[in-house]
Design a protein around this ligand. Structure first.
Ligand SMILES: [Zn+2]
Length: 136
């Protein structure tokens, strides 16, 4: 497992496919989406707990503010990142995938297809690049 490389590849994938592709949504709309995803995807024992969704400052990373998830129950979306692709990335962390490894990508790509309408052929091509090409 080479997590730093996987993280760079995942961010590159997101930048290529999603930068500007999804519009900002209201807190109410993302709240509804989050509840729907959680009820369907979360482990049964966690379905009754609600994941907090905060529109906040995010956390500093690489000189900018980015969104993040904490544990199983907290998502904070930074300004300019209140979109469904970012929400689905953070939900994947709440589903139990703390690093950006293969398990994360498998789950995240499934959510992107089901809840953000990303075509499977885009995801399949990216999956191949993610796992088999060392871009550096
Ligand atoms: Zn992440």
């Amino acid at each position: 497992m080479i997590t730093a490389v996987h993280t760079r590849r995942l961010y590159a994938f997101e930048f290529v496919h999603f930068d500007g592709a999804f519009k900002s949504e209201s807190h109410a709309d993302l709240r509804r989406l989050l509840d729907r995803v959680w009820l369907t995807e979360a482990p049964r024992r966690l379905r009754n707990s609600q994941v907090a969704l905060v529109f906040g400052k995010g956390t500093a990373m690489g000189g900018r503010q980015v969104s993040y998830a904490m544990g199983r129950g907290y998502i904070e979306l930074a300004p300019g990142q209140r979109t469904r692709d970012v929400l689905l990335h953070e939900v994947t962390h709440c589903l139990g995938f703390s690093s950006h490894g293969e398990g994360f990508v498998g789950r995240y790509f499934g959510l992107l297809e089901r809840y953000a309408g990303v075509p499977p052929e885009v995801l399949d091509a990216s999956r191949i690049r993610y796992f088999y090409n060392y871009m550096e």
